[in-house]
Design a protein. Sequence first.
Length: 302
Amino acid sequence: MSEPRRAAGYLAPEGFVEELRTELGEVSAAYGRLLISPGAPKSAAWVANLWIDPVEIPIASIGDAAKRLRAIQRNWALYPHAQHRRAALIEAKLPKVSAKPLAFPSPAPAALLGSWTLIDAGTMLASARCTSPFPNGEARFLEDKLAPPSRAYLKLWEALTVLGTHPKPGELCLDLGSSPGGWTWVLARLGARVISVDKAPLDPGIAAMPGVDMRRESAFALDPRALGPIDWLFSDVVCYPARLLGLVERWLDAGACSRFVCTLKFQGATDHETARRFAAIPGSRLLHLHHNKHELTWARLA
């Protein structure tokens, strides 16, 4: 008897199903934002959560569905797709999963979290192993609504949480395209020294933080060799991805920095080719964060 063909489930971020479909190529089934692609799990940037080896489970009732999930493991997150009332009743019979907002820089939850959905009234699709520790890949934080000058800080909080590391006190960080200062605020709060670069000014409160050196110039005019070695390069600069790639390549060629966290901002159509070039850089991770918009976050920690 031949073994069943493997497949994986890829949950697209809200509004980016077509980007994910383009990345995956072959898609054998789609349940709203959840795309099923045959074969072993593959690397994809436009995915909020990857379902590893999902299985279809026939169910006879609401109680039977909950019993079958509990028999596999304890923690499950519902991806609502069809039969919403029935799915909510099943969810109510499962152990409650704590989804309290995270206090940065606390680590991401470590408990195994599976995902499930209803295909129809008599069939569940479930995956006991998923890549995101957050329900449906949606990281949420205890927000600071007073100090940061914009909500961009949440994007960096999420990136550092997902990566499982962050700058240590005294490390030197370069923050490109920093105005009005959300990312500089995050880094300075961690105790890092920050060279904050933008033609526009920082919020005065951020500019006055200890360890912040504001430079009113273009991020693209910096000479990596002249600036000297830095521990981290951060960029949330607004530019076409191809231009950002050129900047990153200059810094890599200079050997002046080994750890990067950068936002690829797509203006108009998604530039899949440049995204693939970022992903091909050795040691890279390319991902869509819950707090990204029409953007990807590229990181390299080597």
